[in-house]
Design a protein around this ligand. Structure first.
Ligand SMILES: NC(=O)c1ccc[n+]([C@@H]2O[C@H](COP(=O)([O-])OP(=O)(O)OC[C@H]3O[C@@H](n4cnc5c(N)ncnc54)[C@H](OP(=O)(O)O)[C@@H]3O)[C@@H](O)[C@H]2O)c1
Length: 226
């Protein structure tokens, strides 16, 4: 069997880096994107093909789309994300905080999903967005981080539209909650080691069937409600 390709957008650190590392360790070809060029060296040393991409840069996204026009992706992941202000109550965000979170988590995905989708569909592959349980409206029990929550709820909406579009062309498109993970974003007190989150995500993606297109899953494969 020829080598399969995984694309991970947002692979400089945290969950994205570990996903890139694990797919490479498993013998996959990996295209890994980093925002800052200096963050590419470690991924290159693992044998990843590194692409420099700030999801907030429309021109960089479009140029990356040209590269994707000839790719067949068994896995395509939009993983880049920011948390923004660590609010407890309903503090209105500043314009700058709103724009930073919504641009990276929502607008970036709106730029990339139309480019990644066709490359995944060509391989009858799996496309995921790294969402969060915090974006679920039905599972919510507190209002902390409401800007981040709103951005992930919007990302879930984008995934539904992506699944309608590229599911019909052969891709299986899902939103994933990676767990509460010990990364820069999740913090030291989080439940899960990054290796366990990434391993669960990989197994969940590998086990998907056509009937799963357009659904929301926990990293361990359990279904989540929107
Ligand atoms: N950790 C958790 O508990 C948890 C829970 C639920 C969901 N998530 C989601 O999981 C994903 C990964 O999170 P993480 O915990 O690994 O966080 P992290 O350690 O803070 O890493 C975030 C990643 O996103 C990239 N990124 C942010 N803005 C970007 C931009 N404009 N362009 C390109 N890349 C950008 C970062 O690149 P730089 O290094 O250049 O900043 C980094 O690679 C995120 O979408 C997050 O919302 C995490």
């Amino acid at each position: 069997m020829s080598m399969q390709t995984a694309l991970i957008i947002g692979a400089s650190r945290g969950i994205g880096f570990e996903l890139a590392r694990q797919y490479r360790a498993d013998g996959w070809r990996v295209i890994a994107s980093v925002r800052k060029p200096q963050d590419g060296a470690q991924l290159e040393s693992l044998g990843c093909e590194v692409v420099q991409l700030d999801v907030n840069d429309a021109a960089q996204c479009a140029a990356f789309g040209k590269k994707l026009a000839t790719e067949k992706l068994a896995i395509g992941m939009i993983n880049a994300g920011v948390y923004g202000p660590r609010t407890d109550g309903l503090e209105p965000p500043t314009d700058a905080d709103f724009d930073a979170v919504m641009h990276a988590n929502v607008l970036g995905a709106m730029r990339l999903l139309p480019l990644v989708g066709p490359a995944v569909a060509r391989a009858n592959g799996r496309l995921s967005v790294t969402s969060s349980r915090m974006g679920s409206i039905s599972l919510r029990t507190n209002a902390g981080g409401w800007l981040y929550r709103a951005s992930k709820a919007a990302l879930n909406s984008l995934l539904a539209d992506t699944a309608l579009t590229f599911g019909a062309q052969g891709a299986i498109c899902v939103a994933l909650h990676p767990g509460w993970v010990r990364t820069d974003m999740g913090g030291d007190g989080a439940d899960l080691a990054v290796a366990d989150s990434a391993a669960g995500i990989r197994a969940t993606l590998a086990g998907l069937t056509k009937a799963d297109n357009g659904k929301f899953f926990n990293y361990d494969g359990a279904p989540l409600s929107w």
